[in-house]
Design a protein around this ligand. Sequence first.
Ligand SMILES: Cc1cc2nc3c(=O)[nH]c(=O)nc-3n(C[C@H](O)[C@H](O)[C@H](O)COP(=O)(O)OP(=O)(O)OC[C@H]3O[C@@H](n4cnc5c(N)ncnc54)[C@H](O)[C@@H]3O)c2cc1C
Length: 417
Amino acid sequence: MAFAGKLLTRASLGSYICRTRGLTANRVHRRHVVSCIDPSLGLTDEQKEFQKVAFDFAANEMAPHMAEWDEKEMFPVDTMRKAAQLGFGGIYVQQETGGSGLSRLDTSIIFEALSTGCVSTTAYISIHNMCAWMIDSFGSEEQRHRYCPQLCSMEKFASYCLTEPGSGSDAASLLTTAKRDGDHYVLNGSKAFISGAGDTDVYVVMCRTGEKGAKGISCLVVEKGTPGLGFGKKERKVGWNSQPTRAVIFEDCAVPVANRLGEEGQGFTIAMKGLNGGRINIASCSLGAAHASVLLARDHLKVRKQFGEPLSNSQFLQFKLAEMATRLVASRLMVRQAALALQEERQDAVTLCSMAKLFATDECFAICNQSLQMHGGYGYLKDYAVQQFVRDIRVHQILEGTNEVMRMIVSRNLLQE
Ligand SMILES: Cc1cc2nc3c(=O)[nH]c(=O)nc-3n(C[C@H](O)[C@H](O)[C@H](O)COP(=O)(O)OP(=O)(O)OC[C@H]3O[C@@H](n4cnc5c(N)ncnc54)[C@H](O)[C@@H]3O)c2cc1C
């Protein structure tokens, strides 16, 4: 892209927009601007510009390949590196360490737009961003400057390692041990379902250095190639096929104490702080899929004729379309409100992020599924993108905390008062 080599920051974005204005970016963006579901509604001019860049990238660099990446299970490293040249590798990482220094709301807007081009790839980019932010926020100066620049450029890729075969929703019961031996920790145990694993370079690992429960957990950065670090087979999945998922296995894996983020016992807090943003990001990926699916449904209803007239003449389908649009806009408002709360470090941020993740991922799945229904048999064919949106966002109701866990967090907050 013409913008290659420059990061998307508040200062550098203007010139890119000037060069593309009136060309592809605007055309692509206009397609997404449909009156009542316009995703740029209420945004500042600057945010609208970020959004245009992301829509442009999604349409030109991702959408034409999303079916192939899914079918062939390709991890599109080159495309992600191009995205990183626009500043999408470390959107909310500080500029000082190579990031774009944008806000959580800016990040949500960007991930929503990118997802219209490929949910699975965008979702991996979002996990990578979360890991880079964790290192930038909790690492020492030395660690931040060692890892963040290469992560933000996506020269190196990161994975987030919390889940284990025996601990999913109850993440604080994890069993992977890290025993101190001089200036190293020796890791033993395994992690399950790790996004990117095997193909990524930097593993942000939650492991037990102390007592049972959350307070005995620490966070270590483990680099690929460390003796004793291994991987399971590539999992076969319903969606999210443009990114590999594997188990991560530690067998007497010695990691320098210098690779610990924060203090001993702080690992669970670091993991959860990462996930607060992760939940907004994954909900934003659902918004992009739902937005694209509403447009696909609308276009299909207008051209498909049954009983001698376009499907769009059916009041039942008109009402369904209106419900989809309403649910999309309600979801977006919740996600953006939570992103603002997180940015402002408000006390209610954790609960609002959980509410937004619960609501948006459930609603957006229903929207995509309804869009598939409106396509009839064609919606079930792989030639039609809507089935991929349905498959790709189904897992957003399960990961980064299941939607049942989101309900636990929300009710706990209410009952505490
Ligand atoms: C494609 C994919 C990618 C993933 N990527 C990552 C990653 O990169 N890093 C990572 O660390 N993890 C990752 N995960 C793991 C994911 O976060 C877990 O699958 C998720 O947290 C749920 O854990 P579990 O699968 O063990 O389900 P379980 O915890 O066994 O839950 C099973 C079901 O029971 C429900 N449940 C559990 N306890 C309760 C309760 N007390 N009350 C009511 N309902 C309950 C759950 O909500 C769920 O519906 C990924 C998973 C998938 C599928």
